[in-house]
Design a protein around this ligand. Structure first.
Ligand SMILES: CC(=O)SCCNC(=O)CCNC(=O)[C@H](O)C(C)(C)COP(=O)(O)OP(=O)(O)OC[C@H]1O[C@@H](n2cnc3c(N)ncnc32)[C@H](O)[C@@H]1OP(=O)(O)O
Length: 168
């Protein structure tokens, strides 16, 4: 396994046209479809970084900032910003592009945590990340804080799971 890799080595760029079958009753891209695109793109970025099987451990909130209309291109970019031992934080940026005017809007941002697993499904070590651009450096520097927040949130979820399991 390589010791460390550049963020650019995990970069995934995915562009699709929004067809009528992808939309909700308002003629804009269905949120669940966009979430599937985000997970898919993040998973490929993580596998490019780790060159291992991976699972999605968590997704931070996804705020839908701007609607993506039927006929627009939906453009996703994802790359690994930071790693722990087996976990990788993946940043996903979603833009909508009007293919006639060229106008683009940032529609959503998301951070996902993917975990590399071995042949027994157990977490396994991944290479470190070397940030190069200003964007990569800024995401890398702020990642530890987000990882701490996720740990806290996971504990809270586990407490909730205990509580609601007993109610069922
Ligand atoms: C691509 C797909 O769609 S996969 C389908 C959806 N995903 C799944 O089914 C995953 C189900 N969950 C699991 O399999 C397990 O909980 C795993 C593999 C994610 C973690 O396994 P655990 O036995 O809990 O391992 P452990 O507690 O050692 O955590 C391993 C790493 O994951 C991180 N992690 C675990 N849970 C979370 C979480 N909810 N959020 C963020 N990071 C997490 C840990 O911090 C740790 O990171 P590190 O190695 O960098 O320090």
């Amino acid at each position: 396994m390589e010791e460390s890799k550049f963020c650019s080595e995990s970069l995934v760029v995915k562009t699709s046209i929004v067809f009528p079958t992808d939309t909700n009753t308002y003629g804009t891209l269905f949120g669940g479809k966009l979430m599937a695109y985000i997970d898919d793109t993040a998973a490929i970025a993580a596998m490019r970084h780790a060159r291992r099987g991976i699972v999605t451990a968590s997704t931070d909130s996804v705020d839908f900032l701007y609607p993506i209309h039927e006929g627009n291109a939906v453009c996703l970019e994802a790359f690994v910003t930071y790693t722990g031992t087996s976990s990788m934080e993946v940043f996903v940026k979603v833009n909508a592009e009007d293919l006639i005017t060229g106008e683009r809007h940032l529609c959503a941002l998301s951070f996902l945590t993917m975990v590399a697993i071995d042949e027994h499904g157990k977490p396994t070590k991944v290479p470190k990340v070397i940030p190069q651009t200003e964007e990569e450096k800024s995401l890398y520097e702020s990642a530890k804080e987000r990882a701490e927040a996720r740990k806290k949130r996971k504990k809270e979820t586990e407490e909730l799971a205990k509580k609601y399991r007993s109610l069922g």
